[in-house]
Design a binder for this molecule. Structure first.
Ligand code: GDP
Length: 300
């Protein structure tokens, strides 16, 4: 947790600091509230949540009258936390009571960090004493299966792969079959994410899903989203949500952006919680998303 704070703080707390500075002005006039709004919009919080937050803050500051820095910080913290959703269930469902192995499908546009996230997640699970099978169902990006296998070797997970440009659904099928045969605890399936033909993606992901579900229910479908892509990322997210039932979001590359507000925007957009965040390219750079730690990092 300490690490999460320090890791985020470098780029993130520009947002919180900016807001606190604005709130501390002696006269909070319309222009200042507009600047507060702009600051939130620049951090990708999104139009509607921004307006809601500003309205609530404005009212609370008005009621409070004179205000100390501590009071302002407290108000801002509370309102940001409300926006982020402190009570959402962010558990990654890898321990289904009814069936073994648990099945997690990882989806998202190429380049967002799907394969890396799958590898990092495998590492967390293996470190937690669970046996993991990786399914390299991204058969379109030539290097994806190699990349996943390298992760598998690093973290101690077996990788199931198919022929290059082979059928992703059959790789996913084989991975689940293997997982069942060896009594693995979790099967993580990395999928392809070419977005240029939406119907192609629909067909392919839909097929992977159907084929896997013939074996066993899918416990978790994680959508990987690159935090640096802003509104573009939201448009992509919508497309995926039409194809598969997303159950959680992984927001990657939060280490490289001050646009942490995307957490709020994407949760609103999909109605699904951010469960994990990527904070770098290394094996240890995956963290559970903790609203309180996140907001504390924002405020600095
Ligand atoms: P995929 O095409 O979606 O499977 O994407 P990859 O897993 O190959 O990742 C694309 C690039 O993003 C790689 O260079 C990764 O190292 C990098 N990457 C992935 N996650 C993160 C992250 O959380 N932070 C940073 N800085 N880079 C990341």
């Amino acid at each position: 947790l300490v690490r999460l704070r320090s890791r985020l703080s470098r780029s993130q707390n520009a947002l919180g600091k900016g807001l606190l500075t604005l709130l501390s002005r002696e006269h909070l006039d319309d222009d200042t509230w507009e600047e507060i709004e702009d600051t939130l919009l620049t951090a990708d919080v999104g139009v509607q949540p921004t307006q809601e937050l500003v309205e609530r803050l404005r009212e609370r500051v008005r009621v409070l009258g004179t205000r100390t820095p501590d009071e302002l910080r407290g108000l801002l913290r509370e309102e940001l936390l409300t926006l982020v959703g402190p009570d959402l269930d962010r558990t990654v469902r890898t321990e289904p009571p009814a069936s073994k192995p648990g099945i997690v499908m990882v989806v998202g546009v190429n380049g967002t960090g799907k394969t890396t996230t799958t590898g990092k997640l495998a590492r967390v699970l293996v470190a937690d004493g669970r046996s993991v099978v990786l399914g390299a169902a991204d058969t379109f990006r030539a290097a994806a299966a190699d990349q996943l296998q390298t992760w598998g070797e690093r973290v101690g997970a077996h990788t199931v792969r198919g022929p290059e440009a082979g059928d992703p659904a059959s790789v996913a099928f084989d991975a689940v079959k293997e997982g069942k045969e060896i009594g693995a605890d979790v099967v993580l399936i990395d999928t392809a994410g070419r977005l240029h033909t939406k119907t192609g993606l629909m067909d392919e992901l839909g097929k992977v899903k159907r084929v896997v579900e013939k074996h066993a229910p899918i416990d978790e479908v994680l959508l990987v989203l690159d935090a640096t892509t802003g509104q573009n990322g939201l448009v992509q997210a919508r497309v995926f949500a039409e194809v598969v039932d997303i159950s959680g979001i992984v927001l990657t590359k939060l280490d490289g952006t001050a646009k942490g507000g995307i957490v709020v925007a994407v949760q609103r957009e999909l109605g699904v919680p951010v469960k994990l965040i990527g904070l770098g390219e290394g094996a240890d750079d995956l963290a559970p998303f903790e609203p309180e730690a996140f907001v504390d990092a924002l405020i600095g």
